[in-house]
Write a protein that binds this ligand. Structure first.
Ligand SMILES: NC(=O)c1ccc[n+]([C@@H]2O[C@H](COP(=O)([O-])OP(=O)(O)OC[C@H]3O[C@@H](n4cnc5c(N)ncnc54)[C@H](O)[C@@H]3O)[C@@H](O)[C@H]2O)c1
Length: 671
């Protein structure tokens, strides 16, 4: 054992240290989170400091009170920077964690991966991605949670309230080791400003999806989902036998998730043009190899696009500038766009998520801080121009879809021409309505993922090979309805290693249905038991899946029976998974599209090679996927009806209420 290991273990077991740690300078070059809104009254600020101090012994209060007041004043939140541990933050091999429960050690590994500076967006503020997707609110919560995990047994459950470890409660070996909730609010208190207020008070947090549930695996998850989406968008648009080669996919954003678009476009085999108004973001993605070329003005862009079309190259081009300029310029120049979308951060339109056309990035930021009302007006005007240019392209045949970033919602609110004739729907579909919903989720295909707890890339290679074998066996007898999904995912897993997608823990993502997930998990468990794999495998998924998320403008946007504004599915999912064998479960308010707009849940399941794990994986994964398919079939979705009938045929203990389909003529004229 090395000294670093001893230090690490001692620090973990210590929790809140016995001696007040030194106040360290803020790490140079770190990506600090923007200052949050100053929303608390003076009395509330006192309450926030009182709340923060309850983690520490009385003797430190006089020292820490002014320090926390300073953090609140300067950054709008109390992160307790002083308590950030000294050891390096990354997912260690599972054996390096001090633990009485191996399952708890697996959770510690996942938490550290979410906070690894190579993985996390604002690691010093405990934020993994999405600007405010927190693992914890402050460093005291991190330290206490790690101490609880290190000391708990398999007869206890740790209950996490929005980053705060409420405590260890007696339970049983069959119960989850950890239950996580993030941002659960009384519904009336779920507006964006409520997050600002209660987060500043230190009583809740925005857990995003996989941030506060310890299941983030870096950009790989997004690349796969985006590649599936772009490939299927082309399939919707192209004649049978035609390929995306030489065809254009035009979009915007090279940020956290949006930065995956060029790589996904390359995997799909098209020409990707991604506009990015922030030169730093564009250059960073270029340096990282996520986008092939950089272009700084529309003349060069037009010339390069014409050239690459003639050569039928597979290439991705970043345009440094506003996307509206590209839509307008391509319209003027007669450049035909085959597929169009947008991934600016329109879930956050008034605070820098979307930059208005006609001004530089710097000028827009200046306006935002000096005159937010004028900035808002500019954004609205820009959205009107943006939508008008898109409309001119779609009139020529471009297939445009909303990428779950609220582009259509915010454009409609800005008065842009994006409504359908019925005045209720948008004139363009969302990517879930047209692509991921009917082609993936309704059949049960979703972002299944796993992490090799050994931390060894050889183990990941072995799991890739196992998953490939299982998928190929299933494909041999799969019905035509899911052949395309099987083929896409077999291709993905074959190429995954070469695509070099691992950042942080040794993780892999794959879209699979219930049968695929269960059979792959079973094969992994056997491989752990046989010591083909040197340590357990941790299973999980993105919340952006078949059953995990109720989100009316995204994951459940292809639910048309009126129930898309309910959240029963996500709640049942987390409760149902918890008593069927999940190692940990989580349920969040607000991931992906914003606080108050969505409920989403997830799980983690440790495959330790035991017969118990074999039992758990079957019970849990079966429910985890079929819950959503059942709900989608009740909403009359044809693909889900096919999938649930098929499942009932092979699983006699499953009995689902099926809808009777009413003929249109029966309803017409009745009301
Ligand atoms: N990738 C996915 O799988 C996925 C799925 C669902 C939703 N989304 C949504 O996509 C959006 C983007 O996510 P992100 O993590 O990349 O956010 P981000 O804020 O990191 O990136 C968005 C980028 O868009 C740029 N931008 C803003 N306005 C622009 C304009 N007018 N022209 C050109 N560039 C502009 C910004 O500079 C920024 O770099 C979010 O709303 C997210 O919820 C993504």
């Amino acid at each position: 054992m090395t000294t670093t290991n001893i230090d690490f273990k001692t620090q973990i077991l210590e929790g809140i240290p016995n001696e007040l740690p030194e106040l360290k300078p803020y790490p140079t070059g770190a990506n600090r989170v923007p200052k949050r809104k100053d929303i608390l009254t003076t009395e509330e600020k006192k309450l926030a400091i009182r709340n923060a101090l309850r983690y520490f012994p009385k003797k430190w209060h006089a020292t820490l009170a002014p320090e926390f007041a300073h953090e609140l004043r300067e950054y709008g939140r109390i992160y307790m920077y002083r308590f950030q541990p000294n050891y390096e933050m990354y997912a260690r091999p599972i054996g390096e964690y001090p633990a009485k429960s191996r399952h708890a050690a697996a959770i510690m590994l996942m938490i550290q991966n979410n906070l690894n500076p190579a993985v996390a967006q604002h690691p010093n503020e405990l934020i993994t991605y999405g600007g405010n997707g927190s693992v914890f609110q402050n460093w005291a919560q991190y330290r206490l949670t790690m101490q609880y995990l290190a000391t708990m047994t398999d007869e206890q459950t740790l209950h996490m309230y929005s980053g705060h470890p409420l405590g260890l409660f007696p339970s049983s070996k069959d119960a989850p080791r950890v239950v996580v909730t993030n941002g659960m609010m009384i519904p009336n208190y779920s507006k964006p400003d409520d997050w600002e207020r209660y987060n500043a008070l230190g009583v809740t947090q925005y857990g995003q999806m996989t941030a506060g549930s310890y299941m983030y695996i870096g950009p790989q998850g997004i690349v796969h989902g985006t590649a599936i989406t772009v490939m299927n968008a082309f399939r919707k648009k192209l004649e049978k036998g035609d390929t995306p080669q030489g065809k254009i996919f035009l979009t915007a954003g090279l940020g956290g998730m949006s930065g995956a678009q060029p790589k996904a476009g390359n995997i799909a085999g098209c020409i990707t043009v991604a506009a990015e108004v922030n030169p730093k973001a564009a250059r960073k993605r270029h340096e990282q190899g996520w986008v092939d070329e950089l272009v700084e003005n529309t003349d060069d862009l037009v010339a390069r696009v014409r050239e690459t079309q003639a050569l039928k190259e597979v290439v991705s081009i970043a345009y440094i500038g506003n996307v509206v300029d590209v839509w307008e310029c391509f319209d003027k120049e007669g450049i035909y766009v085959d597929i169009g979308s947008d991934q600016t951060s329109l879930h956050n339109p008034w605070s820098g998520g979307y930059y208005p056309v006609g001004m530089s990035y710097e000028a827009a930021n200046e306006l935002l801080s000096t005159n937010p009302d004028k900035f808002k007006k500019q954004v609205k005007a820009s959205l009107q121009r943006h939508a008008a240019a898109v409309n001119r392209h779609t009139a020529q045949g471009t297939y445009f879809f909303d990428y779950g970033n609220a582009f259509l919602l915010e454009s409609s609110r800005a008065g842009a021409d994006v409504m359908a004739e019925n005045g209720i729907d948008f004139r363009y579909p969302s990517y879930v309505q047209d692509i991921l919903g009917p082609m993936c989720f309704d059949y049960g295909f979703g972002p299944f993922r796993w992490v090799c707890a050994s931390g060894k890339s050889e183990d990941l290679d072995k799991t890739d090979a196992i998953a490939l074998g299982v998928m190929q066996t299933i494909q041999a007898t799969a019905p035509p309805e899911i052949q395309q999904q099987m083929a896409d995912n077999i291709k993905w897993i074959k190429e995954a290693k070469a695509n070099k997608l691992v950042v942080g823990s040794q993780a892999r993502i794959l879209y699979a249905d219930a049968e695929g997930r269960m059979k792959i998990a079973e094969a992994f468990n056997i491989a752990v038991a046989n010591r083909l794999l040197s340590a357990p495998v941790i299973l999980g998924r993105d919340h952006h899946d078949v059953s995990g998320t109720d989100s009316p403008y995204r994951e459940t946007s292809n639910i048309y029976d009126g129930s898309k504004f309910t959240a029963d599915m996500a709640i049942h999912n987390v409760i149902g998974d918890s008593f069927r064998g999940a190692t940990w479960v989580s349920i969040h308010n607000g991931g992906g599209v914003g606080w108050g707009e969505v409920m989403n849940g997830g799980f983690g399941l440790v495959l330790d090679g035991t017969p118990d794990a074999a039992k758990r994986l079957k019970a849990m994964l079966f429910y985890d996927v079929n819950n959503g398919i059942a709900r989608r079939s009740w909403a009359r979705n044809e693909e889900a009806l096919f999938a649930i009938r098929r499942e009932m045929e092979r699983s006699p203990e499953l009995r689902v209420t099926l809808p009777e389909i009413v003929e249109d003529g029966v309803i017409e004229g009745v009301v």
